[in-house]
Design a protein around this ligand. Sequence first.
Ligand code: ADP
Length: 451
Amino acid sequence: MNLLEEQKLIFHDIRHKIGWSVNIRYVIALLGLGLFSFAMFYGLTVISATLFLIAGLAGYNFLIHLIYLFSQRFKLWQLVFLRSAAETIDVLAITIFIYITGGLDSPYWFLYLVLLVISGFGVYSLASLSVFIIAIFSALFYLGLLTLTYYRILPSYGLVVNLTPQQLLELILNRAVFVTVAFFLFSTTIFYFSKLVNQHRKELMKKNEELLGALEKVKETDRLKDEFVATASHELRTPLSVVRENISLIEDGVVSLDGPKGKDFLTVARGNIDRLASIIDNLLDISKIESRSLVLKRQTTDLTQIAAKAIELLKHKAEEKQIKLEANFSRQPLANWVDADQILRLFINLIDNAIKYSDPGGEVIVGLEISGGNIIGSVKDKGIGIAESDRLKIFDRFIRVENEKTNAVRGTGLGLSICRGIVELHGGRIWVESAVSQGAKFIFSLPRVEG
Ligand code: ADP
């Protein structure tokens, strides 16, 4: 969850609480009015300060309600201010209520604690901080009430009237300490619990996000698999139909095996069977790499020889496309403990791609060097290049860049993921440096391991 989302949630949370407190105040005012009317009906009370308090509560609540309705566009600090102001007035209303119901004798001071509990349980730490504001104001107002009672500025009634000044002072001091400690303990406990709840909520949200991310990945893999099955079947069917067609022509006697055409037809069929075999090999390898069941047959091997062999194997293909394929490394042996077949595969895949994705007349350079504790291999071309947004993706299985130029080239999107699998099994890494139309340089680094 980023900062903006968190602020939005805090905003929503505080606004939600303000809405609730408005409703609660209406209910309290209505209840108060009901009780008061009941008492008046039976002649137990006359119009008094209590009625004004109820009217005042309803009036100020209406004002908060109005502001609340327009608070959607408020800034966060304005909303926090509104909430704190409303709660301070609540504390004041409770203080007046306590005074009306007997001051020092009134049992209703616990209402402060109720308010602390209601407003303190913010899910977000910023919102639950307001619990301290209420605690401070509750203490201030209540202590103010006690002080005014002590100095007899406010008329007091009830049992307090009969106390000597010394007894009154003792009672007030006791009450002041008790109430302040209670406020402090309550607010700290509530704040602590809010924080805990907040932490758990954050963790849950994080886990939720991770799960959603994983689900998206699974869905994406599933989609890619479906797409792959379609591509793979297409890729397998094309050479297969060529082979079948050629054999049918020979079988039906349209083309004679003895004539010059017959040999050509067999050569084409043979080429397509090779292609089929290579696609199937790739599929088997990728599944071996992914299930971690590919076991490397490591032995001390001269990497320059492997690179030279790959160049030799693809020389003909490069020449056909008038592409210059060159080795740019010294012939000094570069021994490393690797699986020779797999590293040859790696070079072949990279060089083959470089040829495939270069225009005729291009150039492909194969490099090999030592850098620190690693051996760095590279295949550089001057072909179509790869956009930044695709540079990481192309190492994932089944991924092919979709554009006019790449669509013109055959492929299954498996070559590079096999390359990455091979390099990673050797404890190395592979990456690409490229820009669209500027060519590409695939680089891999393998740790130097003496056999
Ligand atoms: P394939 O070539 O069979 O599609 P790869 O896994 O070898 O599969 O390559 C994945 C994609 O990466 C290719 O489809 C192509 O778009 C891009 N790519 C690979 N090598 C190069 C390169 N040398 N130059 C430009 N694009 C490349």
